[in-house]
Design a protein around this ligand. Structure first.
Ligand SMILES: [Zn+2]
Length: 665
């Protein structure tokens, strides 16, 4: 057989991602990638075929897998016809000619991915084949022009020649598909009926509300234990456990309800919990007297339910539904609490009196900390009443900091990181030894998961009383994102600066930021709001750092970028930056998350602009070093405390606590 000729291009990604991208159009893919084989063949028993699913950034690929090295000839192979998989992955052997096996499988309509050595001649390559090699940092792709035999080695050599002559063409991976949502269905039925009813419900009538989680093409890692919680206005909260099987839909779960006597639309929420975490919230409107039932999704932490495993570490959650919230802290029925703070103060003292290093001396620091703790303690009592939640969070946060989720369907004015769950009344208080140790000029040291001092009796001031310091707090408003990007690219920060900022303060801000990051990772530009849309159009940065006055950017402007195509669709599909603001961003968080950002971190009150550079620098240095977003913000708050600065409690992470910049670090 004569050697085939190839057209050669390169690509950015992994060989398996290109396998996933080519599967629809090619029936033979020759790959030299031991890492890819290790992924495909994990758990394969010697001498047997098996089936496996590999998640790539393009899609999930189901492989039937067989290692030909364990067989002496084609005739000793087990049958592959009933091994499930969209594609057959074979590991080549040099002991015998594997060409007929490959040809036979292709003849049966099963595409083949052949893992082989770079210098092996592969017979039967044709226009429906592709050879995939590696020339750091690129994946090399060879497409045969005619039929013949080919070696990946020759394709890589041809690629390097083109590279030398600067004539390389590059093939982009397709954008990852937006996952379709797993449906959650809510219906109303008469007691004992087997079908739902349409139309209006009788006032004061007995009905059942049925709930069911539908099926989804993405398989679950295993069966999932979930809870459905129904909270209808004016009625006690009800909860039912059920299992969502690894494949298929859940059984129906039903709740008995008695409709109100008034003929009005009766509203409430249906929430699906995984452990203590609300992963799906739907508003339910039941038409009492007149109208039709309605259900609208208000919040999703997941689209598929296949990515919930990391949430099992959370110890409690608050689901903010507007003026009310549901608090879940264990296997019991979530408690409904009111979020009306009435005349309770819930604001930060003006951050004045900072020294040139953004700190305060010990007495002023204690005064600030006590003022915040008094507010936080009053907030805790108002919202949660008893010590039960605090005790549980403290008990479960021993080995590592407790994970607390505030899931927000609607905006609330509660400053969650400020909540102080140790008793602190007006009047004299004593200082826990941790105030001295971790405060300004203290001994410092690694911040433990909980206060090293066990006695917190009486009126005590301790930094571990604040949720923002004791717990890893997260306030997501949409689906969780595990990584900013899964591709191995250098960390990059794009800083956008408002023209109207004080130049001297901006310079100091940048100096502080640059003192904590390698200079080559930051690019910066002065922009107007309309220029900002273009600057943020590309999928090219890990962090968007907005150095703005409050009010510089408004919601209408972001909506315009989306509407007028300034932002391509999908926007930020594969590199989903963390947006870090130096001013409060009320009303903008959801727009950035909807626009593809993985998280938004910003202060809730105005902070000195030069200090904001210091804070951003600490935060980004930790993110770049591989810390999760939740831990990075918690440790930044502690570092600020070490200079006598309490303003770290003013910063909020709108996103998942487990978010990291890249996998594997
Ligand atoms: Zn303490």
């Amino acid at each position: 057989m004569a050697p085939a000729e190839f057209t050669v291009s390169g690509g950015e990604g992994t060989p398996l991602e290109f396998v996933a991208a080519f599967l629809g159009s090619r029936s033979l893919l020759v790959v030299t990638d031991p890492g890819g084989w290790a992924q495909v063949s994990a758990g394969l028993a010697v001498g047997y075929p098996a089936s496996t699913a590999v998640t790539t950034s393009v899609r999930v690929v189901r492989f039937a897998v067989l290692d030909l090295r364990h067989f002496s000839s084609a005739s000793s192979l087990p049958s592959l016809s009933d091994v499930v998989g969209d594609v057959v992955a074979l590991h080549d052997t040099r002991a015998w000619d594997t060409g007929p096996v490959v040809a036979a499988l292709r003849g049966l309509g099963r595409p083949v991915v052949l893992f082989t050595a770079a210098h092996t001649w592969v017979a039967g390559v044709d226009a429906a084949s592709v050879l995939i090699g590696w020339s750091a940092p690129f994946v090399v792709l060879g497409s045969p022009v005619g039929a013949g035999e080919g070696r990946v080695e020759d394709v890589v050599w041809q690629f390097r020649e083109l590279e030398r002559r600067r004539q390389v063409r590059f093939t982009a991976l397709p954008s990852p598909p937006v996952p379709s949502d797993r449906p959650v269905t809510v219906m109303v039925a008469l007691p004992g009926a087997t079908e739902g009813i349409a139309g209006a419900l009788r006032p004061g009538g007995e009905y059942e509300v049925w709930v069911h989680v539908g099926q989804h093409p993405d398989p679950l890692p295993g069966d999932l234990e979930l809870r459905a919680v129904l909270s209808m206005n004016g009625r006690p909260v009800q909860a039912e456990s059920f299992v969502l099987p690894a494949e298929g839909a859940s059984p129906w779960v039903s709740f008995p309800v008695t409709t109100p006597y008034a003929s009005v639309p009766w509203t409430g929420e249906l929430v699906i919990y995984s452990g203590v975490v609300p992963v799906h919230v739907q508003q339910v409107v039941l038409p009492v007297g007149a109208g039709e039932s309605r259900a609208a999704v208000r919040f999703q932490l997941t689209r598929t339910f296949a990515d919930l495993e990391p949430l099992s570490s959370r110890v409690a959650s608050v689901l903010v539904l507007g003026e009310r919230a549901l608090v879940a802290s264990g296997p019991g029925v979530p408690a409904r609490v009111g979020l009306d703070l009435g005349s309770l103060p819930h604001s930060f003292p003006v951050a004045s009196g900072l020294d040139p290093w953004y700190g305060k001396d010990f007495p002023s620091f204690c005064e600030d900390l006590a003022a915040l703790a008094r507010q936080g303690s009053a907030l805790y009592s108002r919202l949660f009443g008893s010590d039960a939640l605090a005790d549980r969070v403290r008990r479960l946060g021993r080995a590592r900091p407790a994970g607390l989720m505030i899931a927000s369907v609607a905006d609330s004015s509660v400053p969650w990181s400020l909540i102080y769950d140790l008793p602190l009344n007006d009047g004299p208080y004593r200082l826990c030894a941790s105030v001295g140790q971790f405060g300004p000029f203290g001994a410092g040291g690694e911040v433990p998961a909980h206060c090293p001092v066990s006695d917190h009796s009486g009126n005590v001031l301790c930094p571990f009383g604040f949720w923002g310091l004791s717990a890893v707090l997260e306030q997501p408003v949409g689906p969780l994102v595990p990584f900013v990007s899964v591709r191995p690219r250098p960390f990059e920060v794009s800083m956008a600066v408002d023209h109207g900022m004080d130049r001297a303060l901006t310079e100091r801000h940048v100096t502080e930021l640059m003192s904590m990051l390698p200079p080559e990772v930051v690019t910066s530009a002065y922009v107007s709001p309309s220029e900002l849309g273009r600057a943020l159009a590309g999928d090219v940065m890990d962090v968007v750092h907005l150095h703005f006055r409050e009010g510089f950017l408004d919601l209408e402007e972001i909506e315009r970028w989306d509407r007028e195509g300034v932002w391509p669709r999908p926007h930020w599909p594969s590199r989903k930056p963390v947006v870090v603001g130096t001013s409060p961003m009320p009303g903008l968080v959801r727009a950035f998350i909807d626009g593809g950002a993985s998280a938004v971190i910003s202060p809730e009150v105005a902070v000195p602009q030069d200090m904001a550079g210091w804070v951003t620098g600490m935060l980004l240095a930790r993110l770049a070093a591989g810390f999760s977003a939740g831990e990075a913000l918690r440790l930044t708050r502690w570092e600020m405390l070490g200079r006598g600065n309490v303003m770290g409690l003013a910063y909020t992470l709108h996103g998942g606590a487990d978010l990291r910049v890249r996998p594997g670090n």
